[in-house]
Design a protein around this ligand. Structure first.
Ligand code: HPA
Length: 271
């Protein structure tokens, strides 16, 4: 069933001219502008791709864009799917499987996240080195998962060391501050309480957000090397917690976005 659906999605994209991209890129909230860097873009709106989940959140444009950046063929997801929109784990990771079928051999992910590590500030970027899944489930918990890869996927190194190292060097060379740390994923959409922020710190998170981890789990299932960056949009200090304003989160993500675009662009160039 899943295989058939993926094949239909694939056939649609191929018929539109999506031709064996090397790199797949998922753009998070307020981070959609990388698509402006794409040469000869071909767009496929999510609601026109057979079996794709439909985009619901108003600030997500919801399209796949194929083309080249730095002469490399890329496919970019402008807008992703979240559990908090009412989708399930299979829905939100479906696009990762489609991009894999298209032929990508590397995956870049971005997201907006709250800073749990208080040495990190609003507008900082953080390379995700490891994660904690607090979403209460797995995108690999389905009956015929073994038709798509191993069931008991190793997660000892979910993020590709080589690409992480490259990205750190790129940041340094361009004078861009790039922190690193552990990303905890929650379901949302409510933000966290002070007690929850305290807990997240205690369990070892440096940042918290509502995405990414399911996609990373599926990408590991598909043996796709991943690099992921969080843009830190708010400071989660339980002792001085300010009410979070979602439009401020988006504004901070948008302000930081040019630096993230630069990092991704340079990494594409070097691969
Ligand atoms: N918590 C969860 N998700 C988020 C946050 C946060 O503080 N900031 C941006 N995404």
């Amino acid at each position: 069933m899943l295989k058939k659906q993926l094949e239909e999605s694939l056939a649609h994209l191929k018929s539109k001219g999506f031709d064996t991209p090397e790199i797949g890129i998922v753009l998070g909230t307020g981070l959609g502008r990388l698509v402006d860097e794409i040469k000869n873009p071909i767009e496929a709106h999510y609601n026109h791709i057979p079996f794709f989940p439909l985009a619901t959140v108003e600030f997500h444009t919801g399209k796949l864009v194929y083309g080249t950046i730095e002469d490399k063929k890329v496919v970019v997801m402008q807008g992703r799917f979240h559990l908090y929109e009412g989708y399930d784990f299979m829905d939100i990771t479906y696009p990762i499987r489609v991009m894999h079928m298209l032929g990508i051999s590397k995956l870049f992910i971005s997201n907006a996240a709250g800073a749990i590590n208080l040495d990190y500030k609003k507008g900082d970027m953080m390379l995700i080195e490891d994660h904690i899944n607090l979403q209460g489930g797995s995108p690999l918990a389905f009956k015929n998962v073994s038709a798509f890869g191993q069931r008991f996927v190793d997660m000892s190194e979910p993020y590709d060391k080589e690409m992480c190292k490259k990205l750190m060097t790129i940041a340094k060379d361009h004078g861009i501050s790039l922190k690193s740390g552990v990303y905890a994923s929650v379901v949302g959409p409510q933000l966290e309480t002070k007690a929850e922020y305290r807990m997240l710190k205690i369990i070892g998170a440096d940042a918290v957000g509502m995405s990414t981890v399911p996609e990373v789990i599926v990408a590991n299932h598909l043996e796709l090397p991943i690099v992921a960056v969080s843009v830190l949009t708010d400071e989660c200090d339980p002792d001085h917690l300010e009410p979070v304003n979602i439009s401020e989160i988006i504004a901070i993500a948008e302000e930081t976005e040019p630096k993230m675009v630069k990092l991704f662009r340079e990494l594409i160039k070097q691969l």
